[in-house]
Design a binder for this molecule. Structure first.
Ligand code: HEC
Length: 234
């Protein structure tokens, strides 16, 4: 009798358990096409694709006329994890075997990316970050850090966002939208005329920014709003 009751309970428990499957995606990893699942807290040792690599590659490569979906130069589209892995020919754990890494470290100026003269090269810190991401397996990881809304000045909180997420397109001799965002005074002007907040919040008539990509994380949108409300201090 007791054994029978045990089996019945065991079957019920198993049946309930099997209805509560977590998605088959490791914690912090983005399933194809979907948003990040339960992001982990950010670990400084780990390179997070969603926060660090995607914005850098979109802003440096998925520029209109280059590797955005509309232009797809050389059939390379660099606007999402799948496209970066496939058309950027990323070989996990092997930077030198990955086309995308090869062209940003290339000696031959005809093959070097971004095209010399038209766009600034990636910095060595940015190249090292991409190398480290590939060495860690080129995974699609995401993390979540607490939003620190103290010291919202240009140099402490805003410049890092603009530099990572906007300058790839809004710098150089021919910046997108004819808007250069490389100095404090340039960013301040676009901030104080209202265009910047509308563009990152997806409000008003402004074209949503970053162009052709995901909306900024809520924390960064909040920091930009607070900075502008405080008069865009340096
Ligand atoms: C992948 C390239 C790209 C990135 C990254 C990018 N922009 Fe842009 N941006 C553009 C293009 C292209 C236009 C012109 C859009 C148009 O004319 O509709 C533009 C226009 C703008 C405008 C004017 C919008 C309007 O409709 O008046 C602002 C403001 C702007 N960008 C701010 C930003 C900010 C802030 C970031 C970073 C958070 C950013 N952009 C990231 C390509 C980019």
């Amino acid at each position: 009798m007791k054994a029978k009751a045990f089996y019945i309970i065991a079957i019920i428990v198993l049946a309930i358990g099997s209805c509560q499957h977590e998605p088959l995606v490791p914690p912090g990893q983005t399933p194809d096409g979907g948003g990040p699942v339960d992001p982990d807290p950010c670990d400084p040792e780990v390179v997070y694709f969603e926060q660090e690599i995607l914005p850098l590659i979109v802003s440096s490569c998925a520029i209109p006329g280059c590797h955005d979906p509309g232009s797809a130069e050389d059939d390379v589209i660099l606007n999402s994890y799948q496209n970066i892995m496939n058309t950027g020919d990323i070989d996990p754990y092997d930077p030198d075997g990955s086309d995308l890494y090869e062209v940003i470290t290339e000696d031959d100026p005809d093959k070097f990316m971004p095209p010399p003269g038209e766009y600034p090269p990636l910095s060595s810190a940015e190249i090292n970050l991409i190398e480290e991401w590939i060495l860690q397996g080129a995974q699609n990881l995401s993390c979540e850090s607490a939003c620190d809304t103290t010291n919202v000045t240009y140099s402490i909180k805003i410049e890092p966002i603009i530099s990572a997420k906007c300058q790839g397109c809004h710098s150089g001799s021919n910046p997108q939208g004819s808007i250069s965002l490389t100095s404090y005074s340039e960013v301040r002007n676009v901030a104080l005329n209202g265009e910047m907040q509308d563009a990152v919040q997806y409000t008003g008539d402004a074209t949503p920014m970053p162009y052709n990509s995901n909306q900024l994380p809520q924390c960064e949108i909040d920091l930009i709003r607070i900075w502008i409300e405080n008069g865009a201090p340096q």
